[in-house]
Design a protein around this ligand. Structure first.
Ligand code: UTP
Length: 287
């Protein structure tokens, strides 16, 4: 099994980032000089994936524009001799083969993923949520792809979260295999305290087989009245093997204001062009 394609669902309303997300897609909100989705596409590319489908919705054409050429802007930059900047902008547009599809009705993450069927066909594919940004030695998607390819099955990226937090995530029933790898036996979306299976939660990264599609097409609305990817995964792990990998790295949920602030600070600290300035600035704050 070889994973050559990635799907980035980025159609959601982003209500936790209102009012900013009213007219700017939350995936385009700037984090240390680049829009959030830049980091996500880069992670897929760094995992060796070149064909990427981004699922968008009304009001999100800024995402398409970001990954396109911009001849008028380039002409202006050329006139002012900013040739390096032109190269940088071109490199963004040439980062991968990116196609877009619109989710016309926002019926949930599972519904969004269904839109990838004609793009992936029967091939396995990576899913990277459009607002979860990772910082890791090895790209998190690469870590999952390696396990999925080794065992020829789906593999989801997990971390342990606080008991007080698990009801915001999907909780997994797992059997440990060693080295951070688990067999997934059961999943539940946003469990009430009595339904929690474990403190392991999926944090924004998946490698899935095409077996997910039939399950999604037959899925009934679940938590919050949405078609939940978790509900289809809960069926898939009973039909075929599914692994969970406790990945190395840190995850920031840039879709809420605190996660966005964390991502901004951490990625700025990791950027040699701004880290010294930021450290000095913070040292000088009277807090
Ligand atoms: P979230 O729940 O984090 O995104 O969905 P949201 O719905 O935009 O956020 P809030 O809760 O309103 O603030 C996880 C991922 O699934 C995508 C989102 O864009 C995000 O990347 N998504 C969600 C879709 O693509 N379509 C949907 O119908 C729902």
């Amino acid at each position: 099994m070889k994973v050559k394609k990635a799907v980035i669902p980025a159609a959601g309303f982003g209500t936790r980032m209102l009012p900013a997300a009213k007219s700017v897609p939350k995936e385009m909100i700037c984090i240390a000089g680049k829009p959030a989705i830049h980091y996500i596409v880069k992670e897929a590319v760094d995992a060796g994936i070149e064909d990427i489908l981004i699922i968008t919705s009304r009001g999100k054409t800024a995402i398409e524009d970001y990954f396109d050429y911009s001849p008028e802007l380039e002409m202006r930059l050329e006139r002012s001799g900013k040739l390096e900047l032109i190269e940088e902008l071109h490199a963004i547009a040439d980062m991968a083969n990116i196609t877009f599809i619109r989710q016309k009705e926002l019926k949930g993450l599972g519904h969004a993923v269904m839109h990838a069927r004609s793009f992936t066909g029967d091939e396995p594919f990576a899913v990277l949520l459009g607002d979860d940004i990772m910082r890791s030695e090895t790209p998190v998607t690469k870590q999952l792809v390696e396990q999925a390819e080794k065992y020829s099955c789906s593999c989801v990226g997990v971390k342990k979260v606080e008991t007080s937090e698990i009801s915001k995530y999907c909780s997994l029933g797992v059997k440990a295999l060693g080295d951070g790898l688990f067999d997934v036996q059961e999943l539940i979306e946003k469990p009430t305290p009595d339904k929690v299976l474990s403190n392991y939660a999926i944090l924004g990264r998946y490698v899935l087989t095409s077996g997910i599609y039939d399950l999604l097409e037959n899925a009934k609305p679940g938590f919050g009245g949405e078609i939940q990817l978790t509900d289809a995964l809960n069926l898939l792990c009973r039909k075929e093997r599914m692994l969970a990998l406790e990945f190395e790295g840190e995850r920031f949920d840039s879709g809420n204001i605190c996660g966005y602030m964390e991502a901004s600070i951490q990625l700025a600290l990791a950027n040699p062009e701004i880290s010294d300035w930021l450290k000095n600035y913070m040292k000088g704050l009277d807090i």
